[in-house]
Design a protein around this ligand. Structure first.
Ligand SMILES: Nc1ncnc2c1ncn2[C@@H]1O[C@H](COP(=O)(O)OP(=O)(O)OP(=O)(O)O)[C@@H](O)[C@H]1O
Ligand SMILES: [Mg+2]
Length: 278
């Protein structure tokens, strides 16, 4: 079933998912679609039913993947096994198939390693999708600029007719904002990360983070300015939620920026939407 995701459906999917992630599943479905997102900062497992309704989800901070590449296979395997194991137990052993994703342009080796991690958790991988394509599916777009600001990198993709026609990946992401705070306040990375994620404090921290925001914005501008006919940028990935970043990117790129309410869940949910036997 290749359902078209309208903006209303899309909002419903990520709002619902945000309310159930890391909680005991309250509902059951007949069949499940599973999306596994192995990120630099977080691993997310998203479970939808056959009508794309979020059923369960798990998210765990982990440093087993770097910029889309599995760097600690055993660590990744153990974490995914545990997450899938828990969800499968709650959902009566019905999680059987999954989709996973890789950054575009990373090639066969990366794709296989990601796939093996998921298969070792007992799931049959039915699809390995490009991350921005997964995000675009949830956003209900086939054309446009998708910028994914995750932990390690900012990935820029331009989509045309549902295909990626341009990609760039630059090593500045959420981690760098944390490092700026750690340096500024002379505190540990962990303390700085906590400070950054405190939404009450983000407004006050914005002036300190502004140069790093401008760097991200310049990266986005450099890779998108030649696409003069595209005037909107969709920003996903956890670091997109940083207070003030939207405005800095809009001012620098002169394009309109749309950030969905829970940017951190967009790619994982998109991956789950691709969990269909082809
Ligand atoms: N509300 C928030 N405000 C600011 N930053 C946030 C917020 N929530 C998460 N982040 C940051 O987002 C980053 C993680 O985002 P995400 O989970 O999308 O990355 P990832 O997929 O693991 O990494 P990558 O895509 O680079 O491999 C972390 O640096 C985290 O600090
Ligand atoms: Mg990511």
């Amino acid at each position: 079933m290749n359902t078209k995701i309208t903006p209303e459906i899309s909002t419903k999917i990520y709002e619902e998912f945000a309310s159930i992630v890391n909680k005991k599943p309250q509902r059951k479905g007949r069949k499940y679609k599973v999306g596994v997102d192995l990120g630099t900062a977080n691993i997310v497992v998203a479970v939808l039913d056959e009508n794309n309704k979020p059923i369960a989800g798990a998210m765990k901070a982990a440093q087993v993947v770097k910029d889309g590449v599995v760097v600690d296979f055993i660590g990744a395997r153990e974490i995914v096994r545990e997450m899938v194991g828990y969800l499968n137990e709650e959902l009566e052993g019905k999680l059987t198939i999954a989709a996973c994703a890789i950054p575009p342009g990373t090639g066969e080796g990366v794709s296989k390693a990601t796939q093996y991690v998921v298969e070792e958790a007992g799931l049959d991988v039915v699809n390995v999708v490009d991350e921005p394509i997964a995000a675009a599916k949830v956003l209900g777009i086939e054309d446009g600029i998708v910028v994914d600001i995750g932990g390690g990198t900012t990935g820029i993709s331009v989509l045309k007719d549902g295909k990626v026609v341009y990609i760039a990946d630059e090593p500045t992401g959420g981690t760098h904002f944390t490092l700026v705070l750690a340096g500024h306040f002379n505190i540990s990375f962990e303390e700085a990360e906590k400070m950054k994620l405190d939404t009450q404090r983000q407004k006050m921290l914005a002036p300190i983070l502004k140069p790093c925001m401008e760097k991200v914005a310049e990266i986005i501008k450099r890779h998108t300015s030649s696409f003069g006919n595209i005037d909107t940028i969709y920003m996903v990935g956890g670091a997109s939620a940083l207070h003030g970043l939207k405005e800095v990117v809009e001012n620098t790129t002169r394009k309109k920026v749309i950030i969905p309410r829970y940017p951190i869940f967009i790619t994982p949910l998109g991956i789950a939407l691709f969990c269909e036997k082809g």
